[in-house]
Design a binder for this molecule. Structure first.
Ligand code: N0T
Length: 521
């Protein structure tokens, strides 16, 4: 399968994102790429740590490793740049045959400037911090300070320039995250004098146009939301400028990740990373930061309603879904199937290395082969057919679901056919209501590969097909089990029949891929 090669914005067929009919694909070397990611811990971005990274990557079988590039590390002294870690990392990634996504930890790392050099984070006059309504100084840097933007952008451009020099033909690095969980905790906007002056100005024309609103100040146009929207505009504009300057030297796909706002019970601004790309301000980010290819959620809630609502919010015709970070214990692993069902281009558990840091309660108590196994199962299953799945997803032919906690059956509408997914069933027998798995761990992926023919796979789930035409009798004409080799070539192993198909297609913890031909009589 190949995608439209380089456009004007993708010279030398650089990695890029293509969009058609509101669907998306990440093109790497001209082919659709399914990003099976693994993000290392925050302080694993040093040469001495890499020996504790690679064994975990090998265990989890990711095809893409996500690693911080810290401003303090590349420009410890203003104007003096050191990219030795980048050189080492790219070399080792090539040896380990994985791609990289690099995470620019600059002005924002979880709202604060902890990863900026000392000459930035200690100089409040040159690089002012956000102030609250009552004049309290917060850790977060003001997005409105021209000197901060200038300094961050300069360092980022140096980084992208060096990256182009060492990787411009090989494309080991396929994407760059610009800043990390931007926004500010503790206020709905910056109330510094400079910010107050801008807040009473007119809302930018581009934003008015995109929203169909009439001209006015932020308060006139957006009322109660004015403060948050203003801050979002300011943060997004800053990050968009950094991204655009980086793309001008080396146009890799770029994205921003979001520390989420609870999508089910949204709390007031100030209590989450306000101004960052939360679901309610994505429309602002789209206008203010057009250089960003996507906004990706960091999902650290295990429950189904929360998780799938976030997937919905971030999967849009104008926003390709990549789960930029997610927790690294068992409960999260099954959501790769729901993410693929929402046309996800990628999925990346966080905290994948053996440096000994554990971010419980967000993720696992202990990262080891056992805790990584559910993710390794996903990657072993999906990696050989990643290109096929990404291509079919781009064509709108992929369905995927994950197991909820409280309902044990789901129905998928495939057009002429219906698939019923049940959890917790034995492989033999039917008639009992699905009890669910304990803990929830099921997931199913279905892709249309031909007329009345589907690729079906998953874990810990039963799939029953039926015809939407109730007048006809349904049958499984042929159920082929096989494997995809590393070239994505299908190899027939056997036919499933008898017990293996009498009570639906039952997936266990064994990685099994079926090609199923559906028919009626
Ligand atoms: C994430 C990671 C790292 C109960 C946390 C999540 C990463 C950053 N932040 O280990 O710090 O760099 O992007 C914050 C999640 C808070 C939600 C708490 C819900």
């Amino acid at each position: 399968v190949s995608l439209p090669a380089s456009g004007a914005d993708a010279p030398n067929n650089l990695p890029h994102i293509v969009t058609d009919h509101g669907r998306h694909a990440l093109s790497v070397d001209g082919k659709p790429f399914l990003l099976l990611g693994a993000q290392v811990n925050n302080s694993s971005n040093w040469p001495a740590m890499l020996d504790q990274v690679w064994p975990a990557i090998a265990e989890i079988q990711a095809n893409t490793v996500m690693v911080p590039m810290a401003w303090e590390q590349v420009e410890p002294v203003e104007g003096k740049f050191d990219f030795s870690f980048l050189d080492i990392l790219v070399n080792q990634a090539r040896q380990h045959q994985v791609r990289l996504v690099l995470l620019w930890f600059g002005t924002w790392k979880n709202n604060g400037p902890s990863y900026t050099p000392s000459w930035v984070k200690l100089d409040n006059r040159r690089f002012p911090r956000v102030q609250t309504r009552d004049g309290k100084l917060l850790d977060s840097l003001s997005p409105l300070a021209p000197a901060t933007l200038e300094a961050d952008r300069t360092a980022f451009v140096q980084f992208m320039t060096h990256l182009r020099q060492i990787d411009g033909t090989q494309h080991t690095v396929i994407m760059v995250q610009v800043e990390n969980e931007s926004g500010t905790y503790g206020t709905d906007r910056d109330y510094s004098a400079a910010a107050n002056a801008q807040f009473v100005e007119q809302v930018p024309a581009d934003l008015l146009k995109a929203t169909g609103k009439h001209a006015g100040t932020w308060t006139q146009v957006f009322g109660r939301d004015a403060a948050e929207y203003f801050h979002a505009w300011s943060v997004a504009h800053f990050i968009g400028e950094v991204a655009a300057a980086g793309k001008a030297v080396y146009p890799l796909p770029m994205y921003a990740n979001a520390a989420l706002r609870d999508p089910l019970h949204p709390p007031p601004p100030g209590s989450y990373s306000t101004g960052g790309p939360t679901d309610n301000v994505m429309f602002i980010w789209k206008v203010a930061a057009p250089a960003l290819d996507l906004l990706g959620p960091d999902i650290y809630h295990r429950d189904y309603a929360y998780y799938t609502t976030v997937l919905d919010h971030y999967s849009r015709p104008d926003n390709p879904l990549i789960v930029a970070e997610t927790g690294n214990d068992q409960a999260y692993a099954r959501y790769i199937f729901a993410a693929l069902g929402k046309q996800g281009l990628g999925f990346a558990p966080f905290g994948i290395d053996y440096t000994g840091y554990e971010n419980w309660p967000l993720g696992a108590h202990k990262t080891d082969a056992d805790s990584l196994e559910p993710f390794a199962m996903n990657n072993r299953l999906l990696r050989p057919m990643g290109e096929l799945i990404a291509a079919l997803s781009y064509a709108g032919k992929v369905w995927g679901v994950s197991e909820p906690e409280h309902t044990h059956q789901q129905t998928l509408d495939l057009g002429a056919w219906r698939a019923t997914v049940s959890y917790g069933m034995s492989q033999f027998g039917s008639g009992t209501p699905a009890p669910g798995n304990t803990p929830p761990q099921g997931g199913v992926l279905i892709a249309e590969i031909g007329k009345d023919e589907y690729l079906v796979t998953g874990y810990h789930a039963r799939v029953d097909f039926s015809s939407v035409n109730a007048q006809q009798h349904f049958l499984l004409d042929r159920v082929e089990e096989g494997t995809y080799d590393s070239q994505g070539q299908w190899h027939f192993m056997r036919l499933w029949n008898g017990d293996e198909t009498d009570y639906g297609l039952n997936f266990t913890s064994v990685p099994q891929i079926l090609h199923v031909k559906l028919a009626t009589y």
